[in-house]
Design a protein around this ligand. Structure first.
Ligand SMILES: N[C@@H](CCC[C@H](N)C(=O)O)C(=O)O
Length: 310
């Protein structure tokens, strides 16, 4: 029996879609320039189902910011952000932000002829996590993710670790640090690659204390040496809220680098390469003159197929 009956999709029959990914974090993409598709959580889950649907870690709808309920303030403050990334996790839940997704989103807008961008040019995108500027870069697209913060700031500063995480495949509860990238993350420090490989990430890890709206959990092993030729390097796997294990998580890579830099104290690298099962993404820190440290995520984005639902 199908988990998600095809009936769930009757209102979307013949709607065009594309399939895309960024370092293996894959998405079903739907262009909705007239703001006419109300896609339910059940429909998202049916489309993202890998056995009975198209398959994806999430669904992204490209809609005009002016047509999104709840985005009125963003639209007024940033009228240049014509397009809004309506991001949903594979289980149908809403997430504030997706770092790989926003790169693939811009690539999709270009693929659909909805925008044109040359190398070095930028586009402002509306998201539930606020405005993001995406620039065509050498390795694909670079996203200014804006500011970050520790979820439990007092504890983070005192102890550099604020939660305990229990994970099948890892012998004991491990200390972790929670970082807010617009969406929630909890980063677990591991010592060995073998431990990273042994973690069973299909089930939801137990995090205590847990950020209020749940969390994405990143497992990190530093490279040795941690910094080489001025570039920091870490390996990461992730369990994503609303999905399970994915092959990459862009906001998670940013959180993992922020936690690693915090633990290492005084590490001079401004650029970090994060190796994930689906490839490598780069995270950079920069001062953009507005008094907050910005995080930039860059990496590839691909469209691999076009089709119609039904
Ligand atoms: N894969 C994404 C993050 C997607 C949202 C996440 N599952 C959440 O619920 O916060 C990324 O690349 O950042």
């Amino acid at each position: 029996m199908s988990t998600h009956p095809v009936d769930a999709l009757t209102t979307l029959l013949a709607v065009p879609f594309a399939k895309g990914h960024g370092t293996g974090n894959d998405f079903v993409l739907i262009a909705d320039p007239a703001g006419e598709y109300a896609i339910s959580a059940e429909q998202v889950a049916a489309l993202c189902d890998r056995h009975h649907g198209i398959g994806g870690d999430g669904l992204i709808r490209a809609v005009r910011t002016r047509d999104v309920d709840g985005a009125e303030e963003l639209h007024t403050a940033h009228p240049e952000a014509e397009w809004f990334m309506d991001y949903r996790n594979g289980d149908g839940s809403i997430a504030e932000m997706c770092g790989n997704g926003v790169r693939v989103f811009v690539h999709f807008l270009i693929d659909q002829g909805l925008v044109a961008l040359d190398a070095g040019e930028s586009l402002a995108i509306g998201t539930r996590g606020g405005l993001k500027r995406v620039t065509v870069s050498e390795n694909g697209y670079a996203v200014d993710m804006g500011a970050w913060r520790f979820t439990f700031p007092d504890q983070a500063e005192e102890r550099a670790l604020d939660s305990l995480v229990e994970t099948p495949g890892i012998d004991a509860a491990r200390p972790a640090l929670s970082v807010d990238m617009g969406n929630p993350h909890t980063v677990v420090a591991l010592q060995q690659r073998q431990e990273l490989a042994a973690a069973e990430l299909h089930t939801v890890p137990t995090v205590d204390p847990k950020p209020g709206n749940g969390t994405n959990v990143e497992y990190v092993v530093p490279a040795e040496p941690l910094v080489e030729d001025g570039i920091g390097r870490i390996a990461m796997r992730v369990h994503e809220r609303g999905v399970g294990e994915t092959r990459s998580c862009g906001t998670g890579a940013c959180a993992a680098v922020i936690a690693t830099r915090h633990w290492a104290g005084g590490v001079a690298a401004d650029a970090w390469d994060v190796e994930v099962p689906g490839g490598v993404v780069r995270v950079r820190f920069s001062d953009r003159g507005d008094g907050v440290e910005h995080v930039e995520l860059s990496g590839p984005a691909e469209i691999v197929a076009h089709g119609r639902i039904g």
